[in-house]
Design a protein around this ligand. Sequence first.
Ligand code: AMP
Length: 430
Amino acid sequence: MTFKDLGIIDPILRAIGDEGYTQPTPIQEQSIPILLKRKDLLGCAQTGTGKTAAFAIPILQHLYADKHNGQGRRKIKALVVTPTRELAIQISESFTTYGKYTGIRNTVIFGGVKQGAQTATLQQGVDILVATPGRLLDLMDQGYISLKDVQYSVLDEADRMLDMGFIHDIKKIIARLPRERQSLFFSATMPPDIVRLSQQILGNPEKVSVKPEQTTAEKVDQSIYFVSKKGKPKLLVHLLENQQYDSTLVFSRTKYGADKIVKMLSKASIQSEAIHGNKSQNARQRALGNFKSGRSRVLVATDIAARGIDIDDLSLVVNYDLPNIPETYVHRIGRTGRAAASGVALSFCDAEEQAFLKDIQKLIGQKINVVEEHPFVDFGLEETVSSSISSHNGGSGARHNSYRQQGRDSSRPPQNGRSGQRNNRQRNRS
Ligand code: AMP
């Protein structure tokens, strides 16, 4: 199957040819024919699957076909709402890339920056608007944006949108859209609240689902390091100093934690930058730019800031903290091992994170390889987790839980003593 077989018009074929795309990805192959028929779509797919082109190409194609109908200033005919600024920028760039020979114009708006440049572009007229929910509502309320001409609407990363508390904003935006339109709804997961929301938005949608989880998880070379909370900084420095990875994305559960990691690495003379919600938009873009261009080797990010960030040739993902939502682990490791490349994901697991590890292994349906030999190994932890994993199918998990209790309650949990001895041995040797 080629893009030409899907009925894509020449100006867009040329643009995707320039990008080096030879074949549609599964989500594109399934969605494009549905969307070209102007049907509503419910897509279960995450970033990294080629989802953006799956919706951007048909929208551009429709707008190109309708182009001669419009006169005067361009009106917003397609609206894409997405949860984060980074995603919004990437989607806008994709429209620009795929639409470069179509004359269709798009722009992007997001919060956290002054609105002047955004409103100036809007006033010149655009065909496609990519927006985060808050800024969109704000500029609508100020009268800079009217949605009355929108014929194509996309709600992207709906599950993340709900996680981030955007449900009311989304409902307000949807209420302002014309009833007659083509609606697209994408979400990486489909829990009941997302299904309910999709039913409120979509007419009688066609459904497509691509499940990159398993394939991603299988493609990425994953390992786990059992390490105490205190041992994590040393282990990270050790790994970054001793392994030859060109670009490393380190995940931290919290913004504060991300900043702490950057400071800690800096003390070890390892240059890194952090991106998270407390950083200004400019700082985030700068950090991302430095990382993408190879000027900085290590980027430290929180899940929300990193979600959907598209970095080619990312060689290593480090889960400094294990996420409590197992799907997040899959999203994180999916940042590496894109397309044909295989990647490496290393995860640190401390006493309190064992339950998370158990859930992750259940979701991906595989046991993650344990790195037994490292200077900061936490033997007590490893034994306990291994036993809880081997008993997890049908096992009671009682031992695992009781260990967590022990780890939290005891001022000197058994594993600390042993790893301490090992650390000393390591230090004496070096
Ligand atoms: P997305 O899921 O939209 O974030 O896309 C992930 C990555 O896949 C982006 O870097 C796209 O440029 C790339 N991509 C999208 N479609 C294709 C394709 N058909 N062939 C090769 N790469 C693609």
